[in-house]
Design a protein around this ligand. Structure first.
Ligand SMILES: [Fe+2]
Length: 116
């Protein structure tokens, strides 16, 4: 599980009407997302391992750092306003589950706004 090069997104379910997708993301210890926002609504939680989420304000100052364990759900971003960075800062692999309000054909380009 996991790719040593980078965290990996796996599509688990595609809504036939194109309203959302469910993905699992696998993270090895130390793997970190860019600082990003979303173009669409997003909700996520942890299936396995420990996830660290940092939330930022518009000037990219850290507002809040949260650790999530299996079964826990992060703050939802229903209006595409949040800016965050997600990481596996634990010592074991992490699997997180993400719902995005995007059609499958826009999965690679239609979700994230990357800040750095
Ligand atoms: Fe995100």
């Amino acid at each position: 599980m996991g790719d040593p090069k980078a965290y990996m997104r796996h599509v688990l379910y595609v809504d036939p009407d194109g309203d959302f997708v469910i993905t699992a993301i696998t993270w090895l210890p130390g793997q970190v997302s860019p600082v990003h926002g979303h173009q669409v609504w997003c909700a996520f939680g942890v299936a396995e391992g420990e996830l660290t989420e940092e939330q930022f304000d518009a000037d990219l100052r850290v507002l809040k750092t949260t650790r999530l364990r299996p079964g826990e759900i992060a703050d939802q971003d229903l209006h595409g306003k949040a800016i965050h960075r997600v990481a596996n800062r634990g010592g074991a692999p992490l699997v997180s589950l993400h719902l995005y309000g995007v059609a499958a054909e826009r999965l690679t380009t239609g979700i994230n706004r990357v800040y750095r």
